[in-house]
Ligand binder design. Structure first.
Ligand code: F6P
Length: 325
């Protein structure tokens, strides 16, 4: 039998489509188990500044389909300080909050781990980031929507690229991770995909661009923003230096990748994990992230979840190589 009576949920770090579906699931699951539910505005910053309020079934009505986060999100400098975390804890205690659900990425879980270490408050994390760069879940909430946004945009770019016989360099998000670039690259039939996890082989890339010219009027190079090549414009410069006759354009997709209505996959993922977070807390779990591995809910300690996935699936790289001839 759990002593937990009052749970607060918050979102932190970069927003991701499906965060609202996760908030809804956490609040409704808590109410289902007769708990009192609270929201915290602007992540850790709201915790420090006492932006804490009760939530009921109605406060999460009609949000499952909405992008962004109704709780808002922020990066908090004050929460990084001991005094800030103490203030946050005092604010939570004043409301009788005895457990938290943190929705975010590695920064969110690093903060949560520190908070648990200092104040021993139960926290369960939900993976909310478009980057899909957390261990302990096959997919993060927001990733599927983001890659679908990318393919919708690049399909349109392909139309115009094909009409003009152009080469396009398209930069996608992923400061430390090439998972958006790789999966969307396969989906749009990109000729080259450059990701931070793999050192760019410019010779191979130029050779492929030259070779594929025979078969295709347009060529698309997908570059993850965090790639060591230095982003879309830097890659375009190198290509232009080698092939001055190419008609070349650059497109930086930017923050459109973070917005929009979540896909079915993200809504279901968020709903499953939201319920799992509340049930996990009631079962005495803390300091873990709820994720989905091979279709099953699994809990992974924050310390393991925040280790970026550096092992890119080699098979996906191979698919790009085989199919881009
Ligand atoms: O972590 C998600 C992410 O979208 C990264 O892919 C990107 O590099 C970063 O956030 C951008 O952050 P900001 O919105 O603060 O510029």
């Amino acid at each position: 039998m759990s002593n937990i009576k009052n749970i607060a949920v918050f979102t932190s770090g970069g927003d991701a489509p499906g965060m609202n579906a996760a908030i809804r699931a956490v609040v409704r699951a808590g109410l289902y188990y007769n708990l009192n539910m609270f929201g915290i505005g602007r992540g850790y910053d709201g915790m420090v500044h006492n932006d804490i309020f009760p939530m009921d079934a109605k406060s999460v009505a009609n949000i499952i389909q909405r992008g962004g986060t109704i709780l808002k999100t922020a990066r908090s400098e004050e929460f990084r300080t001991t005094a800030g975390r103490k203030q946050a804890y005092d604010n939570l205690r004043a409301r009788g909050i005895d457990a938290l659900v943190a929705i975010g990425g590695d920064g969110t879980f690093t903060g949560a781990a520190k908070f648990i270490e200092e104040f021993d408050i139960p926290v369960i994390g939900l993976p909310g980031t478009i980057d899909n760069d957390l261990a302990g879940t096959d997919f993060t909430i927001g990733y599927d929507t983001a890659i679908n946004t990318v393919i919708e945009a690049v399909d349109k770019i392909r139309d115009t690229a094909e009409s003009h016989d152009r080469v396009f360099v398209v930069e996608v998000m992923g400061r430390d991770s090439g998972l958006i670039a790789l999966r969307s690259g396969i989906s749009v039939g990109a000729e080259c995909v450059l990701i931070p996890e793999i050192k760019v082989d410019y010779e191979a890339m130029m050779a492929r661009l030259d070779r594929t010219r025979k078969n295709k009027a347009s060529r698309i190079i997908i570059v993850a923003e965090g790639d060591d090549a230095g982003g879309g414009f830097a890659v375009a410069e190198r290509v232009k230096a080698r092939f001055p006759h190419y008609d070349l354009r650059v497109s930086i997709l930017g923050h459109i990748q973070r917005g929009g209505s979540p896909t079915c996959m993200d809504r279901v993922l968020a709903s499953r994990l939201g319920v799992a977070a509340v049930e996990g807390l009631l079962n005495g779990r803390k300091g873990e992230m709820a994720g989905l591995i091979h279709g099953q809910v699994e809990f992974t300690p924050f310390s393991k979840a925040i280790k970026h996935i550096s092992n890119i699936n080699e098979n996906l790289i191979r698919i790009v190589d085989i199919l881009s001839i």
